[in-house]
Design a protein around this ligand. Structure first.
Ligand SMILES: NS(=O)(=O)/N=C1/NCCO1
Ligand SMILES: [Zn+2]
Length: 263
């Protein structure tokens, strides 16, 4: 019983210290998606994704993940349709992954975890003029999540994998251009789940319409191993720590409904 108490009050290796007070707290992410509890919504339209590789600018290690950042000063790379009433601009994408292939994703499907999860982060450019403004508004952000499975090598991802050694340490940044993030989407983007949630990294604000793809993409074991060669720590720090398990613990659904675009 004592060890159980230890487990309850001292969860092992959380990615970061969760804040004591979470803004709102009734629509936090990530969650487990219970398929049989999701509700088919025939009014959900197909997602319209329009990405321009020329808006790709740089890749950097922010000490949680590595981010590929896009020029979001115009509406060149956008997503609309699906559950979205407005047009949302792509500002960055990043991943979450585990120390091994048994876990790493933030969301799960009927408790099934994947080795990694891609997040394409967009903000509502019909209503706001900056990401920083949108991030505190309840319909400010739209994040497309795609699960990664170990399998055949992903040719489109390799250009990104080859750039990672240059951003091994926290706060390192390199120029990274002409990358089309559409190559990281599954062929079928019409089948997805969607729910109202939050960012899973600080500021954890409840601003996100989540669009979780039903279809995963495949990457090779070796490609994911390069993700795990990244470091949480900056070059100056004495002790280097591998960037792995950079996912948040799952949060309570609290009566929310997850809708599906498919039956
Ligand atoms: N993991 S996440 O929810 O996409 N988190 C963030 N934080 C800033 C942008 O996306
Ligand atoms: Zn994320």
């Amino acid at each position: 019983a004592l060890c159980a108490i230890k487990f309850i009050f001292f969860p092992v290796h959380p990615m970061w210290q969760e804040p004591l007070a979470i803004p709102g707290g009734d629509r936090q992410s990530p969650i487990d998606i219970v398929v049989r509890k999701s509700v088919f919504d025939p009014q959900l339209r197909p997602l319209k994704v329009q990405y321009d590789p020329r808006t790709c600018q740089q890749i950097w290690n922010n000490g949680y993940s590595f981010l590929v950042e896009y020029d979001d000063t115009t509406d060149k790379s956008t997503v609309k349709g699906g559950p979205l009433e407005d047009q949302f601009r792509l500002c960055q994408f990043h991943f979450h992954w585990g120390e091994n292939n048994a876990w790493g994703s933030e969301h799960s499907i009927d408790r099934r975890l994947f080795p990694a999860e891609l997040h394409l982060v967009h903000w509502n450019s019909d209503k706001y003029s900056l990401f920083e403004e949108a991030v505190i508004e309840e319909n400010g952000l739209a994040v497309i999540a795609v699960f990664l499975k170990i399998g055949k090598r992903h040719e489109g991802l390799q250009k990104l994998v080859d750039a990672l050694p240059a951003v091994r340490h926290k706060d390192s940044l390199v120029e990274f251009t002409k990358f089309d993030p559409a190559c990281l989407l599954p062929e079928n983007i019409d089948d997805y789940w969607t729910y109202a949630g939050s960012l899973t990294t600080p500021p954890l604000t409840e601003a996100v319409t989540w669009i979780v793809m039903k279809r995963h993409i495949e990457v090779s074991h070796d490609q994911l191993a390069v993700f795990r060669s990244l470091l949480f720590t900056s070059a100056e720090e004495q002790v280097q720590r591998s960037m792995v398990n950079n996912f948040r613990v799952q949060q309570a659904v609290k009566g929310r409904t997850v809708r599906s675009s498919f039956t």
